[in-house]
Design a protein. Structure first.
Length: 188
């Protein structure tokens, strides 16, 4: 997994937390992901905030195979555009003066569409596939970031049923289970 420019001290802590959570889940579910469920992580650092989402592709695109039909390709394309419009998915309180700098979307659905490698494509078609998204914000006053409104349920009404949200700031870390759009209140 590759993360863009905003490398921040608290983020490595978050990665460690995420890694241990993932490990536990893999044991519980024997490696399978659960449709409707996703993990959202918010990491506030000294220069900005990084929001990451790990989700089965089904929650976002409605399918998990590598698209071959024009209709499926268009659906995937629309989903990526929706993800890249981060301001429609999250609202950060304006006092922090954050600007979305970059959105990275990683998925076998996209990789195979680009490389079009036949054998690999067949494997990906048979598998369950995730989408991992990272939104990087630069903030003029990151310590003023107190609230992150999550609007993923409204944006993908047929996708998400349950989002595990966790966040880390210089002052602490916490987590919350979301079943509808909610504003996360950060400890700063
Ligand atoms: Zn799946």
């Amino acid at each position: 997994m590759k993360y863009p420019s905003l490398l921040i001290s608290s983020f490595s802590l978050l990665l460690a937390l995420s890694a241990s959570n993932l490990h536990a889940e893999e044991h519980e579910q024997h490696g399978a992901h659960e449709h409707g469920v996703a993990t959202l992580a918010v990491a506030v650092g000294t220069e900005g905030v990084e929001i990451t989402l790990e989700s089965p592709a089904a929650n976002i695109v409605g399918f998990e195979h590598v698209p071959t039909s024009d209709a499926d390709k268009e659906t995937l394309d629309d989903a990526v555009k929706k993800l890249e419009a981060g301001d429609e998915l999250f609202t950060l309180n304006p006092e922090a003066e954050c600007q979305l700098q970059d959105t990275e979307v990683l998925s076998a659905l996209l990789g195979d569409e680009v490389s079009a490698e036949h054998e690999h494509q067949q494997e990906a078609e048979a598998a369950h596939n995730d989408m991992d998204i990272a939104w990087s914000y630069a903030c003029a006053k990151p310590t003023e970031l107190k609230e992150v409104a999550v609007k993923l349920f409204a944006a993908f009404p047929n996708g998400f049923q349950h989002i595990k949200a966790e966040w880390v700031t210089e002052k602490g870390a916490s987590a919350m289970e979301l079943t509808q759009d909610t504003t996360l209140t950060l400890t700063q």
